[in-house]
Design a protein around this ligand. Sequence first.
Ligand code: 8X3
Length: 276
Amino acid sequence: MAILITGASAGFGEAMSRAFVAAGYTVVGAARRADKLKALAAELGDGFFPLEMDMSRTESIHDALHNLPEHLREIDCLINNAGLALGLDSADSAEFADWETMIQTNIIGLTFLTRQILPQMVARKAGYIINIGSIAGTYPYPGGNVYGATKAYVRQFSLNLRADLAGTNVRVSNIEPGLCGGTEFSNVRFKGDDERAAKLYENVQFIRPEDIAETALWLYQRPAHMNVNSIEIMPVAQSFGALPVVRDAVPPVAAGEQNFEKQSTSLFAKIKSWFK
Ligand code: 8X3
C-alpha cells in the first residue's frame, strides 16, 4: 500500500512526502523533475519512491502508473497536489496558452489520474482522495480568472466524487489553502519574476508547506468513518475585504439601448404632447 503524491518535487508535495514518510508510510512521489525527486529519495530512503510523471500530459500519467513496481500499485491515498497558477492579468489580456496549461494540469491531469486510481479503491472498498484546492476556488479576486475557476472545479469535483462513492468507504477531502509561502507557487505564477513573488510574502506570517502537510496527514489518520469534505486554511494575517463598488465609471450601455438619448427625447416629447 502506498500514498501517491503528485507535485512531490517541491512545496506542499515535498513537505507532504516528508511528513508521510516520517509517519511510517510508503510514498510514491510523482513529479516532472527527476533530479529533485532523486535528491528527495536520497534523503528519505526506502519510504520514498520517485516517479517521473508530467501532470500536463495524460499519456505521461498513464505510462508512469504502468511503470510502477507491482508492490506499489495499490494506492491507499492519492494526494492530488500538482497544480499551478500562471499570470495575474485581467481576463481580457491574459495569455490563452497560460489558461490552457492551467486547465490541462489542474483539471484534466487531476481528473485523469483520479479516474485511473479510483477503480482499485472502489474494488477494495477503501481509499482516500485528498485534493489540493485553493481559497481561490471560493473567493474571486482580480486576475484569478482561470486559476480560481480550476480550483472551483476541484472543489465541486471533490464533492461530486463523494456522491458517487457513497457506500464504498472511499473518502474525499479538499484542502483549500490561502496565502502560503515557502513554495514555488508565486515564482511560477509570475514566470520567474522572483522579486515580485517575494514581495507578496514580505512582512507576513504566511501558511507554510509544513502546515498543509500536517493537515493532510491528520486527515489521512482520521478514523475510517469520518470524512472531512473540505478544509479552508488561511494565515491569521489574511482576511476578507469589502466587495468593491466602481464609482464614477462610464455607465454601461446595454445592447438595444444605444439610442437611449434619442428614445428618451422622443418619449419625453410624447408625454409632453399628452398635456397639450
Ligand atoms: C493559492 C492561494 O490566494 O494565491 O491558491 O490564490 S491564492
